[in-house]
Design a protein around this ligand. Structure first.
Ligand code: FAM
Length: 435
């Protein structure tokens, strides 16, 4: 057993004991009430899930095992000559609950490089789809084709003890994370680069090898990928992709099946697809105005038109956050350092100056501030990745780090199959009338 796996097992046994005590001594304590509005309106504010890897504060933003994004950028190990955290380190932090050493991160880089082989039938499955297929559909077909490799599914079919589920989930999660960049890069090169594929470089770290296979060997893009893979990884447990992965996983579906389910949620425009929608929205605005950099007045007019047409302004608002997303701020800082004169980035910043005021004035959106998706596309365009339909796949590769670390914990803690109670509107009416 690898030392990381052994260490995880020790931590998992400790927490399992604590959870058993918590349930035995306080299991019936009430942690919240549920209103009728919450039942109809996306269960917002209901505390009903346990996710160890990260915790979101409405005003401060996400903390991974207690570390904010600026703290991660300071404290996680970096590549030689790099300034952004290595995503391997964030995975270690989320899994283990403590910061990794340089050696831990190097170990994960080499384990994932060793496990990155993708069988040919996965590429064949992707090739069977029309070239016009959305990259997120190709991505999910690729993930599902990889399911043939699930060690958990194989072991379960042969018959295993419940106590060992975590071990197979751990192996499947490590293998899936190792393989995803290759699958994603294959899709990118197939759809946009005439199928001219690039072989992995086993000496590179996970994020920069991904950049390399996508066809971007620029050091700036590699740094961007490391930052991108770090900040998109996790956002506590209730968001659609994390919750779906956890929910499907609770049926003992394996890591591939659970993650694919989560990715179908990420593909929705109110969730991960918003990153492509932001760039599409800015390009449409530029086209309508005849190109070039719009003025703030023109942006404001376009925002009002978007809202009047009954559409959302992509990249703005959030179900839980109530301030500017620190993931937006981290990308803004990256842009100020590496590409302060970029035209599209400047438009993103002007949009940031305009949208919160308009949304606040209209008073409908509970959070008028930008989320992670408002900035990411402009950075990718700067380095030449203009194919915005692909952006959510990048988000998905990163999200694997958080939701798969969480699935390892779900199995280690032996969490139950998820099955909340639902009622009908008839039931609600009877309840209100006291029947
Ligand atoms: N533009 C226009 N209207 C908005 C809005 C926006 N950016 N954000 C919220 N609203 C509206 C919302 O549609 C709702 O209108 P109705 O009452 O007519 O349904 C009203 O304001 C109240 O919504 P809320 O309570 O403030 O937001 P929700 O919690 O219901 O929804 C979001 C949260 C993120 C789905 C919503 O803000 C939105 O649609 N934003 C644009 C899409 C986006 O950027 N999604 C990415 C979220 C991101 F962080 C991620 O998952 N990657």
């Amino acid at each position: 057993m690898s030392y990381i796996k052994e260490k995880f097992k020790v931590k998992a046994d400790e927490l399992s004991t604590e959870v058993k005590d918590l349930l035995k001594n306080h299991g019936s304590k009430v942690i919240g009430d549920v209103t009728i509005a919450q039942a109809y309106q996306g269960m917002r504010g209901i505390t009903g899930l346990v996710t160890e890897t990260s915790l979101l504060d409405a005003n401060e933003g996400i903390r991974f095992r207690g570390y904010s994004i600026p703290e991660l950028r300071d404290n996680l190990p970096k590549a030689v000559g790099g300034a952004e955290p290595l995503p391997e380190g964030l995975f270690y932090l989320m899994l283990m609950g403590e910061l990794p050493t340089e050696a831990d991160v190097q170990h994960l880089s080499s384990v994932w490089a060793r496990r990155s082989h993708v069988p040919n039938h996965v590429f064949d499955a992707i090739e069977a789809l029309p070239i016009t297929t959305h990259p997120m559909t190709m991505f999910n077909v690729g993930i599902m084709a990889l399911q043939t490799e699930s060690l958990f599914a194989k072991a379960y079919a042969e018959g295993i003890n419940k106590k060992d589920y975590w071990s197979y989930m751990y192996e499947d999660s490590m293998n899936l994370i190792a393989r995803l960049p290759r699958v994603a890069a294959y899709i990118y090169r197939r759809k946009y680069k005439n199928g001219q594929h690039i072989q992995p470089d086993g000496l590179l770290d996970w994020g920069s090898n991904f950049a390399h296979m996508l066809g971007y060997d620029d050091e700036g893009f590699k740094e961007l990928m490391r930052l991108y893979m770090t900040i998109h990884a996790d956002h506590e447990g209730g968001n659609v992709s994390a919750h779906t992965t956890h929910l499907v996983g609770s049926a003992l579906s394996d890591a591939y099946q659970s993650f694919a389910a989560g990715m179908n949620g990420l593909a929705g425009p109110l969730h991960g697809l918003a990153n492509q929608e932001v760039i599409r929205w800015i390009l449409a605005m530029q086209e309508e105005l005849g190109g070039g950099t719009p003025t703030k007045e023109q942006i404001e007019k376009y925002v009002r038109k978007t809202l009047a047409d009954g559409k959302v302004v992509p990249g703005y608002g959030h179900a839980v956050l109530r301030k500017t997303d620190p993931r937006f701020t981290a990308q803004m800082e990256f842009a100020k350092k590496h590409l302060p004169e970029d035209e599209l980035v400047k438009i993103v910043w002007m949009v940031y100056d305009v949208v919160p005021g308009v949304l606040t004035e209209l008073g409908k959106a509970k959070n008028p501030w930008p989320n992670v998706d408002a900035h990411s596309g402009a950075l990718l365009v700067h380095y030449g990745m203009v194919e915005y339909e692909f952006y959510t796949v990048l988000f998905g590769v990163s999200r694997a780090l958080g939701v798969l670390a969480s699935l390892c914990w779900d199995r280690a803690l032996g969490l139950s199959i998820e099955r909340p109670k639902s009622v009908t509107t008839e039931w609600m009416k009877n309840f209100v009338e006291g029947k």
